[in-house]
Design a protein around this ligand. Sequence first.
Ligand code: FES
Length: 234
Amino acid sequence: MGSMMIDGRRVEFTDEPNVLAVIRKAGIDIPTLCYHSELSIYGACRLCTVENEWGKTFASCSEKPKDGMVIYTNTPRLIKYRKQIIELLLASHCRDCTTCIKSGECHLQDLAHRLGVHDVRFENTKEPHPIDDSSPAIVRDPNKCILCGDCVRMCDNVQGVNAIDFAYRGTEAIVSPAFNKPIAQTDCVNCGQCRVVCPTGAISIKTNIDVVWDALADKDTIVIAQIAPAVRVA
Ligand code: FES
């Protein structure tokens, strides 16, 4: 409980879990890609970065609010950082937006528009990965993954399934089932919650019910999709 100065305005806080929640309570729009109030904090995308009165920057989603804090949320420097982050994410992202199933509801695409990022100056140095179409319920396209880890935390921490995790390091890092197996050969229960939190088209739901039924009927044991209650997405 206390108060902090945000962009020159005093804002009271009580039990908000992080600075980001206080910023949003104040009605200030701040972009995020890896934060969901129902998932553990990962602090990967850095889009929610703010700066204090001494110019020190930090991710607001992973900082507890403290009484007397002074922060700025949309300085020219922060806006420049956010544009660069989006540009770098786009650089290593398959850019078939016009044909992507997520076009129009992709958070990355939306932020690129909002921040005015129209050109990408960097080469994509990532090796292309095969699309995993093995599941009866979802399609995984690692070429559209931005490594926010939302699907991993949903699958492992919330659903307790552990079908996917991070693999490899550096520019080779991907989210994948263990040993790069097809998702159909894991304990995936087809709940689709990874898709709920995925901000891009890296995970999409199969919409052709005949295809889904055929795929399920091919299995020795038909797996009934275990639909968990949809999470509230921040
Ligand atoms: Fe805070 Fe991604 S939303 S680091």
